[in-house]
Each structure stands twice: as C-alpha cells, then as structure tokens.
Design a protein around this ligand. Sequence first.
Ligand code: ADP
Ligand code: MG
Length: 280
Amino acid sequence: MKIPARLQNLVAEGLIDGVVRQLKSGKEADVYVVRCGDETCAAKVYKEAHKRSFRQAVDYTENRKVRNSRQARAMAKGTAFGRQQQEAAWQSAEVDALRRLAAVGVRVPRPGNFLDGVLLMELVTDAHGDAAPRLNDLDFSAEDAERHHATLIDEVVRMLCAGVIHGDLSEFNILLAADGPVIIDLPQAVDAAGNNHAPRMLLRDVDNLRSFFGRYAPALLPTQYGPEIWSLYAGGLLAPGMPLSGRYEPQLGAVDLSGVLREIEDARLEEAARLQRMAG
Ligand SMILES: Nc1ncnc2c1ncn2[C@@H]1O[C@H](COP(=O)(O)OP(=O)(O)O)[C@@H](O)[C@H]1O
Ligand SMILES: [Mg+2]
C-alpha cells in the first residue's frame, strides 16, 4: 500500500521496507503490518495528544519518572516545551514497559525500534501466521477459560514483581497467539511503587480478567485473586510463579482506615471524571 505520512521517515531511515496493510485504527494509535527485512512486524503510530482520548489522566502519570528537573518544571507549567516533553514521555512509556516486561519473561510483543512516535514490534500471530485475534473476538470452553485465566494471573504477578501494573488490562488488550495469550497496549502502564492509585489499578485489571473469563467459567466469579495478590505484594511476599488460592480473608484487626477512605475518594473522583468525559 501507499506509505502513510507518519511512516515515511522510517522507510527513509531503512527501518521499514514496505507497508502491507493497516491492521487497526484505534482512538489512540493506528497499527500497520509492515515488512522489516525478511520479518513482518507491527508498527504502532501514536496519535497526537489532542486527537487522543482520556487515558493521560493524573492517576496514570503520577510519579512517572522524568529525566531532569527542567523537564519536570516544564511539564508542571504546561508550556509548549512542557507539553512536548509530556507527549514524549507518554509515547516512550510503552516501549519502556515492553522492554522491562520482556526482560522478566512476561509474554508481550518483542519491542524493536522506537522513532518519531512510531513503535516497531513483533507482530503477534495465530497458528496460520495471521495477526492474532483479541480475546474479545473469541469464545472459550470453561476449561480453556480457566487455563488462560490462570496463565494471565501468573503474568500479572510477574509484571507486579517487576514493578509494573498494566492499568488497562482487558479482553481488548490481550491477543491470543498460537502459543497462548499475549498482553499488549501499555502506554498507560503504572509504576507500582509510589503511586497511590496502584492498588486500585491492579484490582481493576484482575477484576476485568475475572469477569471476562467468568462468562465461560462461572467458577471463577467468586475468586479474589486481586486482593490476594495486592496483599502479598504489600507485605513483600509476592514472587513470580507462586501458587495462589484465589481466596482472601481481610485482616479485621488491621484495617487501614485512611487507606480505605482514600480509595473511596479516588473512586468518587474517577466516577466524576468519567461522567464529565461522557458529557463532553
Ligand atoms: N504487536 C501486535 N501484533 C498484532 N496485533 C497488534 C499488535 N499491536 C496491536 N495490535 C492490534 O492493534 C489493535 C490496537 O492496538 P493497541 O496497542 O491496543 O492500541 P489502542 O487500543 O491504543 O489503539 C489491537 O487491538 C490489536 O488488534
Ligand atoms: Mg488497545
């Protein structure tokens, strides 16, 4: 196909040899199938900030590492330079997260080059070599649902042990490759340490897995992997591959009341923001 404008520079640099087709056009990015040498890859082209939806919310960017104080001041002031820095930080967050996760063995697309707001990565494929479907595009037997749920809970634990929470994990951001589920779409990944919203994000990610797979395997619906994982993490006891029960007994004596109130206030603010987005 004709080379889209945003990919022309990568072709000129020799990073891309040709564009096969557009795979998806999302709210926040366009994804193309491209040829890189004798490999077929995915090219994710991030949209400009003003064309994107809402995910650049404070709770995702809180405590995101910036490289220097000039950058931090500019971002806080919202100057043109600051906005440009913020944009760059948002776009590079995904390649950073992919590299961190691939390094600890989480099944994510292998990241390649990142240039001019375009991320090149492994094209996740099904058994026929075609772009893999999202979980949402498929149906599952109860047995397969339980198996994929267990695999993904394990991946969530592995990610959290590496300090990363996906933040938007759902059946829309998990592909089913020939070798099992692959987690994608991480520009909003949250640093687990030092982010007040981390527990809520983790619980929401795990809840999404439970309600999706619970449609096919109702035995999953009463499980409590989210609170179990978070309490092990908070207690410094979480380790990759550890067996979990899916049960959680809150420690009645040890309720962190200020923490609970903070969670309630966070949920209220989130709901208000959601209503405002829907209105606007
Ligand atoms: N590495 C990849 N391999 C195969 N398909 C991909 C890959 N990355 C993205 N896609 C496809 O493109 C869609 C959009 O990508 P995603 O990263 O979720 O961006 P967004 O949802 O922000 O637009 C995904 O649902 C998936 O179908
Ligand atoms: Mg997505």
